[in-house]
Ligand binder design. Structure first.
Ligand code: SF4
Length: 212
């Protein structure tokens, strides 16, 4: 018999998947990260060009490693020898067949919320790559849009500031102070309330905690 927490995650995952589908996203629920990697690999035909944004979730779950090992044209800025070449890969990533990213938050009625510094990740979510695959750990689902924005600002962004060793107020206090610091990573805010064209964005909700 499943544990109550697993059952709750399965129920919530199925509920939010339906809400995403009603907003024209191509949505799936996978109970485990391993199953989510399999689902993402099923969605990407061999030979496709693939890139991704600065997501810890897709790295931690082994998805980027699986793509490097497969028959794909992978554009990975982490292997660029210079910052200029990394920036060039970020631009080329906007014309790939598949762009992978996590999300900072997902409201239970199916709205994605993301904050970006450079803007390459949210740009790709809006327009450019033929397909976008969004991986969302169950920990990122929030009761509504306001709490999704609050999560992105007060949880995801401060942790990312600390991870990236930024000189920002949130990196010193653990919460957002709505700063304008030169190191601020919150330049662009994206609210994706429907998917257009329909099913361009594939969202895989994972019944495990992933990323932050
Ligand atoms: S303090 Fe600045 S960098 Fe930190 S979360 Fe707020 S706006 Fe973003």
């Amino acid at each position: 018999m499943a544990e109550p927490k697993e059952t709750r995650n399965d129920l919530l995952g199925a509920y939010v998947t339906e809400k995403l589908a009603a907003r024209h996203f191509d949505a799936y629920y996978c109970p485990t990260a391993q199953q989510a990697v399999q689902k993402a690999m099923e969605l990407i035909p061999e030979g496709s060009s693939v890139s991704w944004g600065g997501s810890m979730s897709i790295r931690d779950m082994g998805l980027t490693k699986a793509l490097h090992a497969g028959n794909y044209n992978v554009l990975d800025r982490d292997f660029a020898p210079t910052p200029e070449e990394a920036a060039q890969i970020q631009r080329q990533a906007l014309l790939t067949d598949y762009f992978l990213t996590s999300t900072n938050a997902l409201s239970k009625d199916g709205i994605l919320v993301n904050i970006d510094g450079t803007g390459n990740r949210v740009a790709a979510m809006c327009f450019g790559p033929k397909h976008v695959i969004v991986i969302c750990g169950i920990n990122k689902i929030t009761p509504d849009l306001d709490s999704a924005v609050a999560r992105a600002r007060n949880t995801a962004a401060p942790i990312n500031s600390i991870r990236l060793s930024k000189n920002t107020p949130c990196a010193k206090t653990g919460t957002c102070h709505n700063c304008n610091a030169p190191d601020c990573i919150c330049a662009q805010f994206l609210i994706s309330r429907i998917c257009k064209p329909a099913k361009r964005i594939h969202v895989i909700i994972v019944g495990e905690e992933l990323g932050y």
